[in-house]
Design a binder for this molecule. Structure first.
Ligand SMILES: C[S@@+](CC[C@H](N)C(=O)[O-])C[C@H]1O[C@@H](n2cnc3c(N)ncnc32)[C@H](O)[C@@H]1O
Length: 222
């Protein structure tokens, strides 16, 4: 059983059912009109019998153990964190939660690392000119790893799991991010003052690019 939280139009759960990734779905959204869109798609795709629709706030409308996996896709990282916090008991009971933040990746990853979630997998996807980070995690305080020793301390914009599995799009994403940082640094320098947070962001990105490059040289990344 998969819970698609914030399902909106329902494209994700429809694809998951059709590809056989799950047998049934609880499709939920805080917005009744969004859920109505999902209902219409399910009818059109003849999937209605395998879906329960639920209008509720995140995990608050779920009881612990009700589903094994959850997807929280296409939302801001801060919103995902607030959903995990508000429905803590149910959220902590899921075997896997797959999250795809549109922004606020650092806030989300920091919450997971500091609150007993084990990050099991990460992916970087490039689509229509934009990079997306996906994180799969579950609450498992005994198995939750800290950031690795060679990782910039307390830096969560990117993930060490993606680095360890040599995600093919990680290095291109980092290089693009570095180019943005370089432009911001140059603009700040022209204005005569570089914010320390910007310097740190640029340094951390550079360091992770170094870790990627080192692994490329001693392995078969790509
Ligand atoms: C941008 S859409 C993403 C839709 C879909 N998950 C996707 O990836 O394409 C975000 C959806 O999250 C829903 N949402 C926002 N806050 C929510 C909450 N607290 N609980 C459940 N759904 C929420 C919104 O109503 C909206 O339909």
């Amino acid at each position: 059983m998969l819970a698609d939280i914030g399902c909106d139009h329902g494209f994700f759960f429809a694809a998951a059912l059709k590809r056989g990734l799950c047998r049934s779905v609880i499709a939920s959204d805080i917005s009744a009109p969004s859920l109505e869109k999902a209902r219409r798609l399910a009818e059109k795709e003849e999937l209605t019998g395998r879906i329960e629709f639920r209008c509720c706030d995140g995990f608050v409308g779920f009881t612990p153990g009700e589903a094994t996996g959850a997807a929280l896709l296409g939302m801001g990282g801060e919103l995902i964190v607030s959903i995990l916090k508000r429905g803590k008991d149910a959220a902590q009971s899921f075997g896997r939660i797959v999250m795809q933040p549109m922004r606020g990746e650092a806030e989300l990853r920091q919450y997971l690392y500091e609150n007993g979630y084990a990050v099991r997998d990460e992916a970087v996807v490039f689509d229509a000119g934009r990079y997306y980070q996906l994180i799969a995690a579950n609450y498992a305080p005994d198995e939750a790893a800290a950031l690795p020793p060679d990782w910039p301390e307390g830096y969560y914009q990117f993930g060490p799991v993606a680095l360890e599995k040599r995600e093919p799009e990680l290095l291109p994403m980092l290089n693009r991010y570095k180019a943005v940082m370089d432009r911001k640094l140059a603009a700040a320098a022209m204005n005569g003052s570089i914010p320390p947070a910007l310097t740190r962001e640029a340094e951390c990105t550079k360091r992770i690019i170094g870790l990627c490059t080192a692994r490329t040289e001693d392995s078969q990344w790509n």
